[in-house]
Every structure is written in structure tokens, then in C-alpha cells.
Design a protein around this ligand. Structure first.
Ligand SMILES: [Ca+2]
Length: 298
């Protein structure tokens, strides 16, 4: 299939735009200009292996630590973390066919073919496990619908509920920071049986959240800055009860509809490239039509 036919097959609207532009010669020039524009466009959306579709934690920094009981009282923040070195990273990549008996309504994998699980589901010991990654946010992270920069992901926390004090309960924490500007863009804490959180009753004394789709709009002023996402889950601090989290879809693309609707696809790099190419063709077509009249719409 030629490049031109590929574009036609994927984007009929693009074909109409090209036809309006004046036939094959202009069309070839348009495609050439669009290809150059695409080459100049940062095509790699934020976070490497953000959907864990490498069937691994490739691209992610893994850490562990001992949970020494959260500081202060709810609502907890990053300032409440009280972690010292210890343990080893515990995590898994879950794929099609995996079900969690402790959280039976969760549909796994969440998106694509693989979803990460951070921290262990049964081997508690008072430890936390964490993944983090830094990457630059670029124009490839603009949503075509609103032209704003986004960071998105989906998570479901599964936390044993032994009825400890809030500061001792198993918990999940996620934070997005701008490393370049030393600012916090988003953070969220969920401890087991936390009031106001939509936690479901699982089996074996577990509470769990349905998959939540997080959508963080990043200010344009942060374009080109390095952002860091970190997500961690922890056992209870008295050590006997587990807490872990499923994570998927870290990036700028919409992860998918909420609810137990089954696995959904996160756009791949090649799909993003086609979307950007389509935008580029549209822009070039509008530029090419300057001076031509009348302008036909539809
Ligand atoms: Ca995935």
C-alpha cells in the first residue's frame, strides 16, 4: 500500500481536503510538506512504556522502603510519607486471563494487553513498592480536542482493611511533579477504608477502588519541562496487612471509558503519528487554499 493510499484509507476527510487543494501535483507537494512538518513535530508522547505494553517495567525506576506510619492526620499528602530504606521492589505485569479474587469486579488488563501491579497482594511485611519515571512534556502531548497538554492514567487500589488507625492503614499514593520548576501538579492519597473514597468491599477483608481515570491538564507554561510521575502502594505499618495498586495508561492519551467495560486500547505511537499527520495535512491544506475562492465547506 502506498503512503498516499494509507492516508486515504485511514482518513477519508483528509482525502476531501486534498482534493479541494487542486489535484495530484498539489497533493504530492502537500504530502511532502506535511511529512516535513511531521518530522519536525515531537512524535513521542510523554512516558516510555506508560501502558506496560512491553510486558515489563522497562523505562520505570523501581524502589522499595519500610512504611513507618504516616505522619499527622488525614487528609494525608506527600508530607505525610514516613519511609526509610528497606525491603525489595515487589510488582507484577498482569495480562489477559488474570483475575483478582480479592477485587472480583476489576477487569484486567485495564488497557491494551498488560497492566502493572505495584506491591504484593499477600506477602505483607510493612513495606512499600514504588515506580517512577521522568520525561519531557512536548506538543505531542496536546489533546487534539482541546489543544491542551494532558497527563493521564488509570488506577485501582486494592487495600486490606484491618481497621488500624488511618495513619497505620495500607495506602496508595500518586504524585505528578514538574522537576524543572520544582512544583507539584497533582497528588492523591487513598488509605484503606478512607471516608469519602468510593471503595468497594472485596473478599478476605480487602477494600478496593474501581478503576479511576485521572486526567491532569498541564499548564502551557510547563511545555518542554521535565515531569515526574511516581506511584506507590504500601502494606500497613504494623506490618501484617497488604496494599497494592493496578496502574495503566500513563501518558497523554485518553485511557478509555470508565467502568468494567473490558480492556481498552491506548493509542500507540504510530497512531499518534497518523493523528498528527492528519492535523498537519489540514493545516497545510488551509494554507494552500489561501487566495482560492470561493472556499467550499463540507
Ligand atoms: Ca496497558
Amino acid at each position: 500500500m502506498t503512503f498516499q493510499k494509507l492516508i486515504y484509507a485511514c482518513y477519508p476527510a483528509t482525502r476531501r481536503i486534498i482534493s479541494t487543494c487542486g489535484g495530484p501535483t498539489v497533493m504530492k507537494r502537500t504530502i511532502a510538506i506535511a511529512a516535513l512538518a511531521l518530522a519536525a513535530t515531537p512524535a513521542w508522547a510523554i512516558f516510555n512504556n506508560g501502558g506496560f505494553e512491553a510486558n515489563s517495567f522497562a523505562g520505570w525506576t523501581q524502589t522499595s522502603g519500610r512504611n513507618n506510619t504516616l505522619l499527622g492526620a488525614p487528609p494525608f499528602t506527600s508530607a505525610s510519607l514516613n519511609i526509610t530504606p528497606g525491603g525489595t521492589f515487589r510488582g507484577f505485569i498482569r495480562t489477559t486471563g488474570f483475575t483478582d479474587p480479592r477485587a472480583p469486579t476489576l477487569v484486567l488488563p485495564r488497557a491494551g494487553s498488560f497492566t502493572a501491579q505495584v506491591n504484593h497482594e499477600t506477602l505483607a511485611g510493612g513495606f512499600m513498592s514504588s515506580i517512577s519515571q521522568q520525561d519531557v512534556i512536548t506538543n505531542a502531548d496536546r489533546d487534539v480536542n482541546d489543544n491542551r497538554l494532558h497527563v493521564r492514567f488509570s488506577y485501582a487500589a486494592v487495600l486490606e482493611d484491618p481497621g488500624h488507625s488511618p495513619a497505620e492503614q495500607p495506602f496508595f499514593f500518586v504524585r505528578l511533579r514538574n522537576i524543572t520548576k520544582s512544583t507539584t501538579l497533582f497528588e492523591d492519597f487513598t488509605f484503606s477504608n478512607q471516608a469519602g473514597k468510593p471503595l468497594l468491599v472485596g473478599t478476605g477483608g480487602y477494600k478496593y477502588s474501581p478503576f479511576a481515570n485521572v486526567d491532569i491538564v498541564i499548564p502551557d507554561a510547563d511545555l518542554g519541562d521535565t515531569l515526574e510521575i511516581q506511584a506507590l502502594a504500601s502494606d500497613c505499618s504494623p506490618t501484617a496487612h497488604a496494599g497494592y495498586v493496578y496502574l495503566d495508561g500513563f501518558g497523554s492519551a485518553i485511557v478509555g471509558p470508565g467502568g468494567p467495560s473490558g480492556p481498552v486500547d491506548v493509542p500507540t505511537l504510530s497512531e499518534w503519528a497518523l493523528i498528527l499527520l492528519s492535523l498537519g495535512l489540514g493545516g497545510v491544506a488551509m494554507w494552500s487554499m489561501r487566495g482560492r475562492s470561493p472556499l467550499k465547506l463540507g
